[in-house]
Write a protein that binds this ligand. Structure first.
Ligand SMILES: Cc1cc2nc3c(=O)[nH]c(=O)nc-3n(C[C@H](O)[C@H](O)[C@H](O)COP(=O)(O)OP(=O)(O)OC[C@H]3O[C@@H](n4cnc5c(N)ncnc54)[C@H](O)[C@@H]3O)c2cc1C
Length: 308
């Protein structure tokens, strides 16, 4: 490396043409408690500064205008552009906005969360440090029974007796923490000692993600098919970013989160008014849910068989 070449590079420092403000209102962090020991903290945002009178949404418009030209400049037109971009899945401008969070959650939630590969993560090391004496311990009301409709899910509360039995079982499992620390005191390595701890033990990480990939995470994890515990975290993240990129968040709800995707067979069923042309029970059930959500009448054949 020729350091002279680098030393000779001239950097032009351009002053802003307008006044800027801190989108986090000058706060060091924005923090929300989740469950008994968990939390989501917004640590930083990119952009951190926005022109006075605008929100961090401006960074999406700024990036998009590279491809669409300076053109329109009014706030209402900026909003229209953001909504157009999201509707048409022109996603790269949304990658220009980033958020960094500090998240504290039980290991069983972290396992679901880490499947989202498009974030940058740095997790607490249980090889380097002792795991905290903190476990996710739901209240009796939050103990759900196995859903019969959804093999992966739970639904309304379980009977009190069984819920209490489950909570006693968690007490016993959590008591193993004492054995963990005793064995560490006797010289057991932390990297092995941790393997006896339950997945309800808390871990933490820094998690940085751009807005496009965050919307993908939120679409999946704010959805009712997601486990309630991770959904609580996803909803918290949404509440934290909504103040910073309100226009993009509104467009996300309108065009992504609360939109319905229709398959070719479903479109045919709407056009014909007949039952969906499939023998697959699950597909038929999914269509039935969408049909009700859309407020569409029952298919013709079904009406006939019911009146016969
Ligand atoms: C309700 C629910 C139930 C689930 N159940 C299970 C389960 O039972 N078992 C299980 O294992 N998982 C399960 N998952 C996890 C799921 O399969 C996904 O791994 C997770 O939701 C992350 O989604 P993603 O890959 O789209 O996200 P990301 O990893 O954030 O990726 C975003 C997008 O980037 C692209 N991408 C990223 N990395 C790659 C790559 N290496 N190759 C190709 N494309 C890539 C893909 O288009 C992907 O959609 C479940 C998820 C949900 C929401």
């Amino acid at each position: 490396m020729d350091s002279n070449e680098i030393d000779n590079i001239k950097i032009e420092k351009v002053q802003a043409e307008c006044e800027y403000y801190d989108v986090m209102g000058g706060s060091h962090r924005h923090s929300v408690k989740v469950h008994d020991h968990g939390s989501v903290t917004l640590v930083d945002s990119m952009p951190r500064l926005a022109p006075v009178g605008q929100t961090a949404d401006f960074a999406i418009v700024q990036a998009a205008r590279v491809s669409y030209g300076a053109g329109t400049k009014k706030t209402s037109e900026d909003k229209g552009l953001i909504r157009y971009l999201l509707r048409h899945q022109h996603t790269s401008p949304f990658e220009m906005v980033e958020f960094k969070f500090h998240c504290v959650m039980p290991v069983f939630i972290a396992r679901q969360w880490i499947r989202h590969r498009t974030a940058n993560v740095n997790e607490y090391s249980a090889r380097y440090s002792v795991m905290p004496d903190k476990f996710y311990h739901p209240s009796a009301n939050d103990v759900r029974k196995q859903s019969t409709a959804n093999k992966q899910g739970g639904e309304e509360p379980l009977d009190t007796k069984t819920a209490e039995e489950f909570l006693e079982y968690l007490d016993q499992v959590e008591a193993s923490y004492k054995t963990y620390t005793n064995l560490l005191d006797k010289g057991l390595s932390r990297e092995l000692g941790r393997i006896g701890l339950p997945v309800s033990v808390y871990t933490e990480w820094y998690w940085k993600i751009d807005l496009h990939n965050l919307f993908h995470f939120l679409k999946l994890r704010m959805d009712s098919h997601s486990q309630k515990e991770i959904r609580d975290y996803a909803n918290t993240i949404f509440a934290l970013i909504r103040n910073i990129v309100p226009v993009a968040c509104e467009a996300f709800i309108d065009y992504s989160f609360e939109s319905i995707k229709l398959t070719r067979l479903e479109i045919e069923a709407i056009r014909s008014g007949k039952p969906i042309n499939t023998t697959n029970k699950r597909e038929a059930q999914e269509w039935e849910e969408k049909r009700k959500q859309l407020g569409l009448p029952e298919p013709i054949d079904q009406q006939k068989s019911e009146s016969a």
